[in-house]
Design a protein around this ligand. Sequence first.
Ligand code: M6R
Length: 624
Amino acid sequence: MCGIVGYIGTKQAQSILVSGLEKLEYRGYDSAGIATIDQNKIDCVRAKGKLQNLRTKLETSSNSSPIGIGHTRWATHGKPEEYNAHPHTDTARRIAVVQNGIIENYRELRDNLKTKGHEFRSDTDTEVIPHLLAECFKQGAVTLLDAVQKAVHQLEGAFAIAVLSADHPDELIVARQQAPLVLGIGDGEFFCASDTPALVQYTQVVVQLENEEIARLTTGGYQVYNFKGEPVKKTPRTLNWNPIAVEKQGFKHFMAKEIYEQPAVVRTCLEAYLDPDWTVDSNQSPIKLDLPESIYENLEHIQIVACGTSLHAGMVGRYLLEHLAQIPTFVQYASEFRYAPPPVMANTLTIGITQSGETADTLAALEIEIFRRKNQPSAKQARVMAVTNRTDSAIARLVGTVIDTHAGMEIGVAATKTFMGQLMAFYFLSLEIAYRRKTITNQRMQDLIDGLKKLPSQIEIILESQEKYIEELSHSFLDTQDVIFLGRGINFPIALEGALKLKEISYIHAEGYPSGEMKHGPIALLDAKVPVVAVAVPGTVYEKAISNAQEAKARDSHLYGVVSAEDKDAAEIFDKVLPIPHVDELLSPVLTVIPMQLMSYHIAAMRGLDVDQPRNLAKSVTVE
Ligand code: M6R
């Protein structure tokens, strides 16, 4: 959460910083600000709200400074007001700092700094840093690097910072402790950013900073040090990013574009993870996940930790792993696992799912798992892996073993195509484990593979045939305040996902329930004002799901059914049907989620809401 950028070179920093922030706005959009050095002074411009407000303020600026830092904020400490916007400065306004993360001991530091005469102007935790740096100079630090090195030892928490000083106008200092930070290496110009999309239009050569590293950037080069002050040799790597991929490409919103990219995500995963030459007579696995053998050895249990949409993918994954591979699987909110992990079980694989690869709760849950296994002599070393869309992320570096979801950069805060990639990861993982455990016949494997291969065109059919209809239908949700989503078995997580999508972008209260659970209480909520969206596709729970839907209809709820296009009775049962092509029940979540995504998108768009950047949210949740 929060995005930081920095630039030092020969061009005008202001426009580079603002365009970098634009690419990081997904990390937070409560306020934005930049600081540059102009006429030997820090020039700090900040604005409450979206980046556009900062742009408006900068329109009349003639500042051509070639050095600066910038920030886009997701408020943690202090309201989203201009006075809390970054950059923050010291009392004399000679030092400016932007930060992503949380300084946990800021109260203690602030109280101490106040007694030494430092004047605070915001409610943020970050503001302690420029004052602390000023204090370090007072205490004898000579260089900016020296001051930052002294200061970081006093900061507790997870943070990434960029520091600018009017008294050291030819350098930028950045530091990282558990929050992401990457350097961009140009020709006589250097950048820093919380994430690579901010850099790719300027340079594809990057250096990833690790925990407890500080870098000094000048126009002549960069040098990285550890927190002890020892130089660290870093090897730059070249990205292969297409800056166009982070544009809307004619769609009104990123979310719409990303919904439409899902067939391509499935195709890419099929190409990456399926052996094209496999036949039913083959005597080896058709799956090419390339995971270490140690992942599979004597495997008895799987535990999955994740948050939000990733958790829902994990719940589908659990169903697949138990059903196909007969392996007991537990799914837990990462934020709960952190403080109440289940007892250590032997021969257990732990999987963290996170599209961003930097969700603090998921990262911490995996760290705890690794730590407690190392410290339990009886338990084997942690067997930990991640399913992520960012193979260069903190989580990927922590666990080493990943399944890449191949979804490409997702900008909309509401996860859609990354969810699709996560589902794909679990189809391939569960098929691979099932193959190894001999819990699946080659014929069933072949049938499922055939089914998987049909999915991209089946998603396209739904998008083509349903989009207009769902857009029209969204108008009936103009005054709706509550919606219930129902699903059973493998489609229960899809009911949860439908509800999450709707509430996060349309601000309509929505709940997902297992269809059969309604009668145990939630049914009391139903009346003509509460529509119900039910998944009822052919398979083990079809009849039951239909009965549960009818129970809702009997309470006057307007009933929407996500049903098979071949279901001739659906129109009699449901007030409105959202048909999907016929599909094996195990593969159905890939299709049933599409009408849910389209519904939430169109309802939010129809209400005129900010679909890609819903209020109070951010794409990467890097705080606890
Ligand atoms: O990056 P992650 O997959 O770890 O993110 C987890 C959740 O924060 C995320 O899925 C969130 O719920 C999305 N806004 C859902 O659309």
